[in-house]
Design a protein around this ligand. Structure first.
Ligand code: SF4
Length: 300
């Protein structure tokens, strides 16, 4: 999909969190851009409108443009504190397609390496993250770095319908495996859970990751009384293909329980909602920083 990149000078870069992300244990979010060029049909962000810091052209042209915070790294250098638990990002994907030419994340990662917070979590579905592997490895010696990598289904035909601008499922698992093999603390985030075969999907997560497995179904208004919900195009796709059960909270619960049983039988943690994402907000399986790399050490 063609997209437009706009650049802006932001006034702030870290925002105190509320709702789901606060419940998950984070203190701040870091959003390097407004709007996301993956443009997923289910993305809840455009349903937040002004609350999500968006402008009308963002929710009317979701995925067709992104506005980069060009001064993100500079602002971060002034805003980072050692006690922060930062989630990057609830409002865009830091490795969205536009990042390939924008190249904003390396500067952000260098700023975080220089002033590490307590926890830095990157949530992405972009194999482009591997471009920054050296910086991620450096950061993982300075703080608790967690990567949540989004896998939404085991079926690429389903992926193409709901998220045609995202990498294939196979490439995403290859990326997860590459991060893990390099020593990055990576969790599979099965979110949102699209129509899938739950057992093969959970088996892939068990095979390619070592840490907790996190999931989240579509957010539907009948159970989520306020705040962001799954975007209408995804609900329309479910109705068109006869997949309405994937919008049904009772079916969600049953599917998640089935997946949890399978993960638990393999000795692994499987959780969803804020308690699931909570596993990404605290130190656990991360490596301890080496003494020479702790706060205040000289950077290259
Ligand atoms: S990658 Fe995430 S933020 Fe971007 S469009 Fe998809 S769901 Fe929304």
């Amino acid at each position: 999909m063609p997209f437009r990149i706009v650049e802006s000078e932001a006034r702030t870069i870290l925002s105190p969190v509320s709702g789901f992300i606060l419940e998950a244990g984070f203190t701040h979010s870091l959003t390097p851009a407004r709007n996301c060029t993956f443009g997923c049909t289910y993305c809840y962000v455009p349903t937040m409108r002004f609350q999500g810091g968006l402008k009308p052209e963002d929710w009317t042209h979701w995925g067709q443009l992104t506005t980069l915070k060009r001064n993100a790294a500079e602002l971060l250098a002034k805003s980072l504190r050692p006690t922060q638990r930062i989630y990057c990002s609830p409002l865009t994907d830091p490795y969205q397609p536009a990042e390939a030419e924008a190249i904003l994340m390396p500067g952000i990662l260098r700023a975080v390496i220089a002033s590490p917070p307590a926890v830095f979590t990157i949530q992405t579905r972009g194999p482009l993250i591997l471009r920054d592997l050296d910086l991620l490895l450096k950061l993982s010696t300075r703080t608790c770095l967690r990567v949540g990598f989004s896998l939404t289904t085991n079926r690429d035909d389903i992926r193409k319908i709901f998220e045609p601008h995202c990498a294939t499922i196979e490439e995403r698992w290859r990326t997860v495996a590459a991060l893990r093999d390099a020593g990055i603390d990576v969790s599979a985030t099965l979110a949102p859970l699209l129509p899938c075969d739950p057992a093969p999907l959970i088996d892939q997560a068990l095979r390619y990751t070592d840490g907790p497995i996190v999931a989240d179904p579509f957010h539907v208004r009948s159970v989520k009384r306020s705040g962001a919900t799954t975007r209408e195009p995804a609900a329309a796709i479910c109705r068109h293909y006869g997949w309405e059960q994937w919008l049904d909270p009772a079916f969600h619960q049953q599917t998640l329980e089935t997946m949890r049983s399978r993960a638990t039988a393999a000795g692994r943690i499987f959780a969803w909602g804020p308690s699931g994402f909570g596993y990404l907000s605290r130190p656990g399986t991360s490596r301890e920083p080496a003494e020479s790399d702790k706060l205040g050490a000289v950077l290259p």
